[in-house]
Ligand binder design. Structure first.
Ligand code: SF4
Ligand code: SF4
Length: 419
């Protein structure tokens, strides 16, 4: 049985925090609110106090624990490599076990565990959002009024698809016999909101002769439930995915979503040996493509005269795993792209799973800062490798009434490949 770690299992790691404050300058929640309870050492001290029975689950404690994007920026800068994001997530599970899940947490659990319900909601939402989007000029910067519970009315969202990505393809698409076979873990973002990016991935893998397995039975990695503290949901989704991974033969599992990559590796690690075995096979799509010599093939294409200025946003969940060079290498090799590095490319976009639902105002402040760096870079497009970041960055740019579009790197890759 898949079992997430309990807060008590982090006791030694909690003790590793020496309260040096080195992480303070890198915490987006602290930068937005300038409050000690927002920063890593404050949260670690609170988690420690909860374990020792020195604090109750009073309102202030709950608020401080909810004010974390689980971005891991603190971990990246911590001399002792303390995973505050994991400690905060475990604290949220502890809170849920004592107090029960919030209404939103219960909703997350109910939807994520029911694939049929997710498909139904997406299809209904797809039909509805088509009607809604007709009224909104694509580049207007207008606020989309999206009357869904828990979602702020001034948030811009991508339209949902009426036909989820996994319903569009057979479970196996054969490539060349001498090339690797990959299992494509699509994630919910690509399945329901950005299916074109999934199609772009298939185009790139076809170009490289790779065989692709797209199991229909795969489910959400569980990351939204981690953020909500819904332990049982995460564990049951992990079990379902494990069964899917065990039923197929492949060389690698590829993801085109930073959050899914983190879910399948960091979140599932420690759930048991079998999880670690398949975790070792998980590769971000750009890491895989670089290993297959894809950048060299792109570099053979003649460079275009009127290249478009593109910058890159590092999703936290890739940056924390040291995946920063590969997406940039692909972008730089594209014949239609003039790559521009923006300032603070590695800072969080402000989404943070349930964070942007509970704290949309702070999330917007963090996003506004990022939008400023994007505009200053002079780029026309922002490319990234995470559907969640695409959604948040576009929302931030729209709020700033700027014109930049946010795309998945795969969308740019597909433009230059043959059908
Ligand atoms: S995970 Fe991110 S938001 Fe949370 S304390 Fe660390 S840097 Fe701050
Ligand atoms: S989490 Fe790391 S960087 Fe932050 S105060 Fe603790 S030891 Fe220092």
């Amino acid at each position: 049985m898949a079992k997430l770690k309990k807060l008590a299992d982090y006791k030694d790691e909690i003790d590793q925090c020496v309260k040096c404050g080195g992480c303070r300058a890198y915490c987006p929640a602290f930068a937005a609110e300038k409050h000690e309870g927002r920063v890593a050492r404050g949260k670690i001290a609170l988690a420690d106090a909860l374990l020792k029975g020195e604090v109750d689950l009073e309102e202030k404690f709950l608020l401080d624990m909810s004010q974390c994007l689980l971005c891991g920026s603190c971990y990246a800068q911590c001399p002792n490599k303390v995973h505050t994001e994991d400690i905060v997530a475990a604290t949220r599970r502890e809170i849920a076990s004592r107090k029960g899940l919030s209404t939103f947490g219960k909703g997350v659990g109910a939807v994520l565990k029911n694939q049929g319900l997710m498909n139904l909601l997406a299809k209904g939402g797809g039909t509805f959002s088509k009607l809604l989007f007709k009224k909104i000029p694509e580049q207007s910067g207008l606020r989309l009024r999206f009357p869904a519970p828990f979602i702020s009315s001034d948030r811009t969202l991508p339209p949902l698809t009426t036909k989820p990505f996994r319903e569009r393809y057979p479970e196996i698409i054969r490539g060349d016999a001498d090339k690797p076979t990959v299992l494509f873990f699509t994630g919910c973002g690509i399945n329901y909101m950005y299916p074109d990016s999934g199609e772009a991935l298939l185009k790139a893998l076809k170009f490289m002769g790779v065989t692709v397995i797209i199991p229909k039975a795969q489910v959400c990695c569980g990351l939204p439930a981690v953020s909500a503290g819904a332990a049982k949901t995460v564990e049951s989704l992990a079990e379902e995915n494990l069964a899917v991974f065990q039923q197929n033969n492949y060389d690698y599992i590829v993801t085109a979503c930073a959050s899914c990559h983190s879910g399948l590796t960091q979140i599932y690690s420690g759930m048991g040996e079998e999880f670690d075995q398949f975790g070792a096979k998980v590769k971000d799509i750009f890491v895989f493509l670089i290993e297959q010599g894809f950048a060299e093939k792109l570099a053979e294409l003649p460079k275009r005269k009127d290249r478009i200025k593109v910058t890159y946003h590092d999703p936290c969940h890739l940056r924390n795993h040291g995946i920063t060079k590969e997406p940039r290498a692909i972008l730089k090799a594209l014949p239609q792209v003039e790559f521009i590095e923006m300032e603070a490319a590695g800072t969080c976009c402000g989404l943070g799973g349930t964070y942007s639902v509970y704290h949309y105002d702070t999330s917007k402040k963090i996003g506004a800062k990022k939008a400023g760096f994007i505009v200053e870079s002079g780029a026309e497009l922002v490319a990234t490798d995470c559907p969640g970041c695409i959604m948040q960055l576009q929302d931030s740019i729209n709020h700033a009434a700027e014109k930049q579009r946010v795309v998945h790197i795969l969308d740019l890759v597909a433009e230059v490949l043959p059908d």
